[in-house]
Design a protein around this ligand. Sequence first.
Ligand SMILES: Nc1ncnc2c1ncn2[C@@H]1O[C@H](COP(=O)(O)OP(=O)(O)OP(=O)(O)O)[C@@H](O)[C@H]1O
Ligand SMILES: [Mg+2]
Length: 287
Amino acid sequence: MQKVMQKVRGKFGAEAAGDAPSTGASTSSSFVAEPAQTPPPETLDNGVDDRTISWDASKLDPALVTVHERYSPTAEQYRSLRARLLNMNPRHVHQTTIITSSVPQEGKSVTTINLGMVMAEGNERKVCLVDADFRRASIARMLRIPPSPGFADLIRGEAALADVLHPTHLPNLKVITAGSVSGKEYGELVGASVVRTILAELRERFDYSFIDTPPVNTVSDVSMLAPHCDGAIIVIEMRRTPEPSVQEAVRTLQTTNVKILGCLLSRYDDERGHYYERYYSYYYTSE
Ligand SMILES: Nc1ncnc2c1ncn2[C@@H]1O[C@H](COP(=O)(O)OP(=O)(O)OP(=O)(O)O)[C@@H](O)[C@H]1O
Ligand SMILES: [Mg+2]
């Protein structure tokens, strides 16, 4: 891991985390709720409606620290990551970013949601989360959003974009769940030519779209998605992921020419035994 991290250098946490305005989260009703009825939905300037839903935060996945412990050190690390990404994009170009890892269960989906939440805080940016991991779809479950219609239905042309943009508790944060998928079509779906058009459409409408994907080393899905995206973040689980696995993932991503924006060490623990996430900018060196 040391060798990989030599290539992953960066000053961490120097940026101001910024204000953390209210998420508007409510614990008064179930998350799977009717869209707010009053006032009637309006259209945001990206053509997407501003509906929100209320939720019971206690039912959401405990690893969603940006919901459960909004001012914890871990939540602040996501705000540091947000600051890094914003600083890397001074001209505010709309971005579609893949969140991936080398092997399963390193925290990709949790990272996608937590990062999306902090990026949407303050209603300054329009953010979309996409579950493109058809094999182990989890965003709908973690956020208790109806699993379909979703990305798969959109790719097959069985749903329109407006139908698959599920509202959240924030008007500027939308979620595209994986949708209805049958085992045989996993590869076909991500490889469909319309995926490029869909991602371009998301880029037009949203400032930041974060795409949750399967691990790079196990299936070729990421290699098919990456060329249509602007950047990739690699999640590495501290002390579990073998270094050669990370190296292999980096090599594979490099063949797609996607820009590797950085690595996030998940479940990083400091000397006091506190767990949090830690982000490193990625600078590739050829040695
Ligand atoms: N930082 C964290 N602290 C504690 N638990 C975490 C953290 N990140 C993820 N988890 C937990 O680890 C499990 C795996 O996380 P997650 O589903 O995000 O990983 P993944 O990489 O998306 O997995 P898969 O490869 O199956 O899609 C989940 O049960 C999640 O709640
Ligand atoms: Mg996942």
